[in-house]
Design a binder for this molecule. Sequence first.
Ligand SMILES: Cc1cc2nc3c(=O)[nH]c(=O)nc-3n(C[C@H](O)[C@H](O)[C@H](O)COP(=O)(O)OP(=O)(O)OC[C@H]3O[C@@H](n4cnc5c(N)ncnc54)[C@H](O)[C@@H]3O)c2cc1C
Ligand SMILES: NC(=O)c1ccc[n+]([C@@H]2O[C@H](COP(=O)([O-])OP(=O)(O)OC[C@H]3O[C@@H](n4cnc5c(N)ncnc54)[C@H](OP(=O)(O)O)[C@@H]3O)[C@@H](O)[C@H]2O)c1
Length: 269
Amino acid sequence: MLNARLPEAASPPTATGTKWREERVLDYRYWTPRLVSFRITRDPGFRFVPGRYARLGLVGADGEVIWRPFSMVSGAQDDFLEFLAVLVEGGQFSPLLAALKAGDPVLIEKAEFGFLTLDQLAPGDNLWMFASGSGLGPFLSILREPAPWRTFRHLVLVHSVRYLDDLAYRADIEEIRDTVAGIEGNADLRYVPVVTRESGGTLSARIPQLIEDGRLESAADIKLDVATSRAMVCGNPDLTQEMRKLLAVRGFATSRRGVPGQMAFEKYW
Ligand SMILES: Cc1cc2nc3c(=O)[nH]c(=O)nc-3n(C[C@H](O)[C@H](O)[C@H](O)COP(=O)(O)OP(=O)(O)OC[C@H]3O[C@@H](n4cnc5c(N)ncnc54)[C@H](O)[C@@H]3O)c2cc1C
Ligand SMILES: NC(=O)c1ccc[n+]([C@@H]2O[C@H](COP(=O)([O-])OP(=O)(O)OC[C@H]3O[C@@H](n4cnc5c(N)ncnc54)[C@H](OP(=O)(O)O)[C@@H]3O)[C@@H](O)[C@H]2O)c1
């Protein structure tokens, strides 16, 4: 089905085609049977700020286009777009995504969206990036750019997953640390994996608990205080909600009316 060209009847609501274009799958990589990274072609006119997301469309069995948001994992300068996706049982988009092969069409809206960007944050010493599951993606895009390495002294990437195998992009994180950091700035990157349903030498409780009991700050060897730190949180909506409350108690606020704050969020459902 997805090998076929987009049928006429499948035109999305923006039928003029002015809001979207068709790209092609270049490559995909399964980290686990439920976690996949995929690359698509990129029109040079599609620009984005790292941390933001695109809206992707796939054609369902009835010819209807299903649209879902996905954060860019690739860098703003890459000539392809890369995404990291959890395949959800019972979802509409996930089975279509799982069936994709190289060369298949993917629709993408021409606009990019979201507020999980560095310009939402006031200057600070430390940038904490808290991700759950596929929420890791936008932080990789951010880390591929010079800006965070030049702006902050310490970068802390906290990735919470259920199982060890869900810790995607570990080698890429090392590579980014070695290449971008060496070239671009003075910051160091501290990667803190958290695995909640399996033991394997990592921290193993949920992020808010690890903050409350001080274990996360100890592991990163950085204080999470509003005087020095900025925080970005991405993924599970319960996590973003809990973190919003926890950080607010410590004096963090989101940006308001164009005035940068100390924390920024993206929730995935
Ligand atoms: C702003 C934004 C950015 C997003 N970026 C990404 C991304 O980069 N990668 C990604 O995998 N998903 C992302 N999502 C979620 C994605 O758009 C889809 O919801 C997801 O691919 C599942 O689609 P579906 O139609 O199969 O199921 P849906 O009907 O959309 O979702 C069904 C259920 O699956 C669960 N679920 C949905 N997404 C996830 C997820 N990412 N991780 C764990 N459980 C989930 C929730 O319980 C949800 O209620 C994003 C969502 C938003 C709002
Ligand atoms: N990952 C898998 O192998 C797997 C297996 C079966 C099904 N799925 C499907 O995949 C989706 C889940 O994907 P996922 O595992 O990437 O996402 P997830 O359920 O959001 O879990 C990712 C990480 O976030 C943590 N988390 C969840 N709620 C939190 C909260 N309120 N505060 C702090 N941390 C929180 C989880 O801890 P906890 O472990 O404590 O929840 C886990 O460490 C579901 O649709 C599920 O049906 C995934």
